[in-house]
Design a protein around this ligand. Sequence first.
Ligand SMILES: [Zn+2]
Ligand SMILES: [Zn+2]
Length: 369
Amino acid sequence: MNFHSGLAFWALSAALILLGSVVVVSGHPSFHGGGGAPSNPWEAFRNFTGCLPGENRTGLADLKRYLRHFGYLPNPVRPSNSNLSDAFDEPLREAILSYQRNFRLNATGFLDPSTVDLMAQPRCGVADVVNGTASMRGRGLYSYFPGRPTWPSQKTNLTYAIISTAGVSASASTLQGVFSRAFSRWSEVTTLTFAQVDAAVVEPDITIGFFSGDHGDGEAFDGALGTLAHAFSPPDGRLHLDAAENWVAEGDVTTASSSSWAVDLESVVVHEIGHLLGLGHSSVEEAIMYPTIRIRAKKVLLADDDIQGIQSLYGRNPSYNGSTTPPSSTTTAMKERDSSGARPSPATAGWTLAVGGLLVAATASFLFL
Ligand SMILES: [Zn+2]
Ligand SMILES: [Zn+2]
C-alpha cells in the first residue's frame, strides 16, 4: 500500500471507525458516569480513533502528553506544556510508530483502533522508552533500565515492608499474602530471597505503599484506572500503588468482582517487583513485564521472557526445574531479616529511577513505572 492509497484507506476507515466508536461507547455506559464507576482518564483517546496526520483535533495535546510521559516524545528542557499543540504533526506520527512497534501492533503511524484501544487501557506508570532509547527494543525481549542497574551481588536476601495502606480495604493479612506470593514468583527462579520485616524495627530494602495523587516523588497518581502503580529501579526499592484503584486482593478477579473496573493487585505487584529488581518493559504480551494490564485480568505467572531476563541479572535458582508452579502463601520463604544494615545508599540525586516516564530526575544518567 503506497502512501496515497494508504491515506484514502484511512480516511474511509476513520469514518467507519467514528461511526463504530459511538456504538462502542454507548455499549459501555459504566465508564461514563453510570453506576458510580469512575472515569478512565484515557477514555477520551478513543475520540481520536482514525485521526490522520495533518489534522487538528481538540485535546490531541493530551495524547501527546501521554506519549511524552511514557517516553515516546521528548521531554522539554524546561517543564512546560506550552509546546504541545492539537496538531497531528510528524513527531506525533513517529511517536505512534515507536509505540506500535514496542507493542507489536501494525506500524501504521496513525491512530488506528487497535492502537487507541491499547492506549486507553490501564497500565504501569513506568516509561517504556527511557532517555530516548527504545528500552522495550520492540523485538520481543525483556529489557533493563539504562545502565543495567541491579541490587549488589552480595545482597541476595532482600527485605521489604508495607509502609502505607491508607484507603485500601483489604486486611493486613490479606495484603501480606498478596505480596508474599508476588515476591515468591521471582525468588522461585533466581538466587534472590525476600523477607517481610517491620519497618519500625529495621530499615527495609524495599518499601511498598498505597498513595493517592501527588505523593512526593514527582509522579502523581491519576485516580482510578490510567496509571496503576510504579516502582523505581535498583537499588532504590520504592514500590507505589495508586490507592484510588478498585484493587482486588483476594478471590478471582475475573469472576468474583461485580465491579467493571476491578484491578488484580497481585498481578500488578508481580510486575512492579520486576522493576524493583531491574527489569524494564517487555514487548511480549504474555510477559509479566508487558506494560498494560486489562481490568479484571489475572496475570501472575512469569513468562519465559521474564525468567530469562531476571536470570540474566541474578542467576538461576539451583532448585528451579524449568517450570514455575503456583506457590501458596505459606510456603514462601520468610528468611531471617538482614540485620547487617547494608542498605544501599538512598537514591536521591542521580536516581536511576525510571518512574512514570517523566524521567523526573534530571540529574540521572537517564530518566516510571
Ligand atoms: Zn512497568
Ligand atoms: Zn510514587
